[in-house]
Design a protein around this ligand. Structure first.
Ligand SMILES: Nc1ncnc2c1ncn2[C@@H]1O[C@H](COP(=O)(O)OP(=O)(O)O)[C@@H](O)[C@H]1O
Ligand SMILES: [Mg+2]
Length: 284
C-alpha cells in the first residue's frame, strides 16, 4: 500500500512505467553497481559487515543511516578512494577493487563525485574549477573546455557565473558549481555525500530538484549519502539503511515501502525521527 504522505518519486514512477515488476516484485536485471559480502572499517574498527546491495541503472539510490555509521566510508569505497576489508564492488560485470590501480583509475573517471561544500578551489574561478577535470583528463582544447564548462554551468543554473570565485557565491550556488564540476567528464554515475548539509530548506529543495533533473535528463545513476529524511522520501527510488547498532544493513528497498513494511525498530525510528507510525490495517 502506498504511503500517502510520501508520493512516488519521479524515478520510481519511471521505473514502474518502463519496467514492470516481476511476479516476486523484483525488477529485470539492470544492475549498475553490485556490492557483495562487503565488510569495511579502519584497521580493527569494523563499521559494517556483510553488505549486499544492488544499485540499478537510473536509480537514485540513498545510503542512509545515523551519524558515524559509515556512510561516507562506504561512498569512498564505491568511488575508489578506500579499499574494503572484504567483499566486492562490481560496476556492471567488472570487479572494481580486483582491477590494477591504473585500470581502476580509468574506471573512476566514469564516476562523478560531489563532496560537501562543493570542495571548490578558492583561488580558481568557477570556469577554472569546472574545467579542471577536463584539463587533467582529456585532450580538449581551451576553446572546447570553455564551451563544455559553459554548458555544465548552465545545466546547474549558473550560466554567466564563469568568472566568479567560490567566495562570491552562496552556499547553494557553491554546491551547484561542485555538481557542475562532477558532471565535467560526463560520468555515468554521480555520487553525493550529504549534498544538502548546511543549506537552508529552500536551497536544499532546489538541490534535490536539480539532482532529480540530472538523473532524468542525463540518464545518470545517482548514489546519495544522506540522513535528510525530506531528501530521502523526495528523491530516492531505492535505499539501504546502515544500522549502527548491528553494524550491518538494517533494511533496503524503496524508502516508503521500508516505512510501511520494515520490522526493524532502528530503521523505523530513523525514518520517523522516533514518532509513532500508523501502519495500514492488517499489519502489526
Ligand atoms: N580515516 C579514518 N580513520 C579511522 N577512523 C575513521 C576514519 N574516518 C572515519 N573513521 C571512523 O569511522 C566512523 C564512520 O565514519 P563515516 O563513514 O564518516 O560515517 P558517516 O558518514 O556515516 O557519518 C566514524 O565514527 C569515524 O570515527
Ligand atoms: Mg559522512
Amino acid at each position: 500500500m502506498k504511503n500517502a504522505q510520501w508520493p512516488e518519486t519521479p524515478a520510481e514512477q519511471r521505473r514502474s512505467a518502463e519496467m514492470p515488476a516481476q511476479p516476486d516484485g523484483a525488477f529485470p536485471e539492470d544492475a549498475h553497481i553490485t556490492v557483495t559480502n562487503l565488510t569495511m572499517g579502519y584497521g580493527d574498527l569494523i563499521l559494517m559487515r556483510d553488505l549486499h546491495f544492488t544499485v540499478n541503472r537510473g536509480d537514485v539510490f540513498a545510503i542512509m543511516g545515523g551519524s558515524g555509521c559509515g556512510k561516507s566510508t562506504l561512498l569512498r569505497i564505491l568511488v575508489g578512494l578506500k579499499a574494503p576489508h572484504h567483499g566486492t564492488v562490481a560496476y556492471g560485470h567488472t570487479d572494481f577493487w580486483a582491477q590494477r590501480a591504473v585500470d581502476r583509475k580509468r574506471m573512476m573517471r566514469n564516476l562523478g563525485v560531489m563532496y560537501q561544500n562543493g570542495a571548490l578551489w578558492s583561488s580558481m574561478t568557477l570556469a577554472e574549477n569546472v574545467g579542471l577535470p577536463l584539463r587533467l583528463h582529456t585532450d580538449c582544447s581551451a576553446d572546447e573546455i570553455r564551451e563544455i564548462v559553459r554548458f555544465k554551468l548552465a545545466l546547474v543554473g549558473l550560466d554567466g557565473f564563469e568568472a566568479r570565485f567560490p567566495s562570491q557565491l552562496s552556499g547553494g550556488m557553491r554546491k551547484r558549481a561542485g555538481l557542475a564540476r562532477a558532471l565535467a567528464l560526463d560520468p555515468e554515475i554521480l555520487f553525493f555525500d550529504e549534498p544538502s548539509a548546511g543549506l537552508d530548506p529552500v536551497s536544499a529543495k532546489q538541490l534535490d530538484d536539480l539532482i532529480l533533473e540530472i538523473n532524468r535528463s542525463l540518464d545518470a545513476t545517482i548514489v546519495i549519502v544522506t540522513h535528510e529524511l525530506a531528501s530521502i522520501f523526495a528523491i530516492a527510488s531505492n535505499a539501504i539503511f546502515l544500522d549502527a547498532a548491528t553494524h550491518t544493513a538494517g533494511g533496503q528497498g524503496a524508502p516508503r515501502k521500508l516505512l510501511d513494511t520494515s520490522e526493524n525498530p532502528n530503521l523505523i525510528q530513523f525514518l520517523t525521527r522516533g514518532e509513532p507510525i500508523q501502519r495500514p490495517k492488517g499489519r502489526s
